[in-house]
Design a binder for this molecule. Structure first.
Ligand SMILES: [Zn+2]
Length: 274
């Protein structure tokens, strides 16, 4: 446990990072309960792992109160993702006040049973990763999933970041067909950030999540979109809480986002969904 903490927050907030972390802490308005809209628990084929306890320790050390958690691109995922989804549910049962559980699916497989099982169990959202699971956002099987999520009133977080080719154009028909569908664009559609901001600015149920976005794209995001549509995320274990909080707050400040908008970005804009 001590070693876990040394490798997590203290190594990231001490030494040369101490001043940056201090700046972050001063920027977070008093009373704001920071909500991380993008984090993973489990194991990935690339070797990354995160445990519920590791996530809890990082959140406690950084003063983050709640986090949406979902599986990685798990090497042991059965076709329907039920094993990694169970890991998330166990984490939620252990720490129900900390974690907001999302389940993950592979649209190429029969997903209806696992969708029904997870919704029935009480999962609060769905995560889809077009790159890891090799699909386009306008694939009919994926559009069917969006329709099922809209009917179940289930938020969907889409990986909309690195290695994506098409985001806005294949997603527009779904957003227009299901205006009540709540979507979180993971990594803020960073390769098409300006196009996405313009295409979805009139759709209040589409949120842009800030983890692991290039600095110039975060600046464009904060400069071009109402801050009520932006939510903070870490993408743990790919990002970490100190550096992603710093990136988000620094970009907001550089773009001239008023301080009054920070509680929403750090917490309220996503918290109102759960
Ligand atoms: Zn992620």
């Amino acid at each position: 446990m001590t070693a876990e903490r040394e490798h997590s927050i203290e190594a990231l907030t001490g030494g040369a990072m101490a001043g940056i972390w201090e700046w972050v802490r001063q920027r977070i308005p008093a009373g704001v309960e920071v909500f991380d809209a993008h984090a993973h628990i489990g194991a990935d084929i690339d070797g990354r792992t995160m445990t519920a306890e590791g996530m809890r320790a990082r959140m406690e050390a950084a003063g983050v109160k709640r986090a949406i958690v979902f599986p990685l691109n798990d090497p042991n995922a059965r076709d329907d993702y039920s094993g990694p989804n169970d890991v998330i549910w166990n984490a939620y049962e252990e720490y129900p006040d900390l974690f907001v559980p999302f389940f993950r699916l592979n649209p190429h497989r029969d997903y209806e049973a696992e969708f029904g099982r997870c919704v029935g169990r009480g999962f609060m959202g769905l995560k889809l990763h077009p790159v890891s699971q090799h699909f386009e956002l306008d694939d009919p099987r994926v559009v069917c999933l969006f329709e099922m999520a809209a009917e179940a009133d289930l938020p969907v977080l889409i990986h909309a970041g690195f290695a994506m080719q098409r985001i806005v154009e294949p997603l527009v028909p779904t957003v227009e067909a299901y205006p009540r569908l709540r979507l979180i664009l993971g990594h803020s559609a960073m390769i098409e950030v300006l196009e996405a901001a313009r295409a979805f600015e009139g759709h209040p149920n589409v949120l842009f999540e800030t983890s692991v976005v290039r600095a110039k794209d975060l600046y464009v995001l904060f400069s071009s979109l109402d801050p009520s549509r932006i939510c903070y995320g870490s993408d743990i274990p790919y990002g970490d809480l100190p550096s992603t909080l710093h990136a988000t707050l620094a970009a907001a400040e550089a773009a001239g986002v008023p301080e009054a908008a920070l509680p929403g970005i750090l917490s309220g804009n996503i918290r109102r969904w759960f």
